[in-house]
Design a binder for this molecule. Structure first.
Ligand code: ZN
Length: 150
């Protein structure tokens, strides 16, 4: 079971509570900048014995990012993990599933690249997404007009 884009207040804490209830372990593909912003929630993920994966520092789209910037951003995310004394991370999931072959070539020696998710995982993630929809950066964002009306 995997969860992307945390750690964020609300959804990540919700997921952690439910995993604990069922004594289940998951992999959290974390955004480095969210780790920086929400260190205590990240510590809860680590403290819960869950695995973490790299999901870049700024949730970059590989297709529209230069290889150099992409790799630097991933390293920045790893550095953030290291600052929290996390174990070295083996898994990387490209945000939006968008990664170029060139980027895969550079990264494949360092990470296991997790692009596809199983149906089972997808269903579970959907359930969580429905519950926490608004807090995930991956979710469709509202248009500027809709925001103005609120
Ligand atoms: Zn994501």
């Amino acid at each position: 079971m995997t969860f992307d884009d945390g750690p964020v207040p609300g959804p990540t804490e919700f997921v952690l509570e439910h995993l604990e209830k069922y004594n289940a372990k998951a992999t959290f593909f974390c955004i480095g900048d969210n780790v920086r912003k929400h260190p205590t929630i990240f510590d809860k993920v680590l403290g819960g014995g869950h695995a973490i994966g790299n999901h870049t520092f700024n949730h970059l789209k590989g297709w529209s990012t230069s290889n150099q910037r992409y790799i630097e951003n991933i390293n920045q995310c790893s550095a953030q993990f290291t600052a929290h004394k996390a174990q070295p991370v083996k898994h990387f999931r490209p945000p939006y599933g968008r990664i170029t072959n060139g980027q895969i070539k550079i990264l494949k020696n360092k990470f296991q690249i997790v692009k596809k998710i199983t149906v089972f995982t997808a269903l579970k993630s959907c359930f969580i997404y429905l519950l926490c929809f608004s807090a995930f950066p991956c979710s469709p964002s509202t248009s500027p007009n809709e925001k103005k009306q609120k």
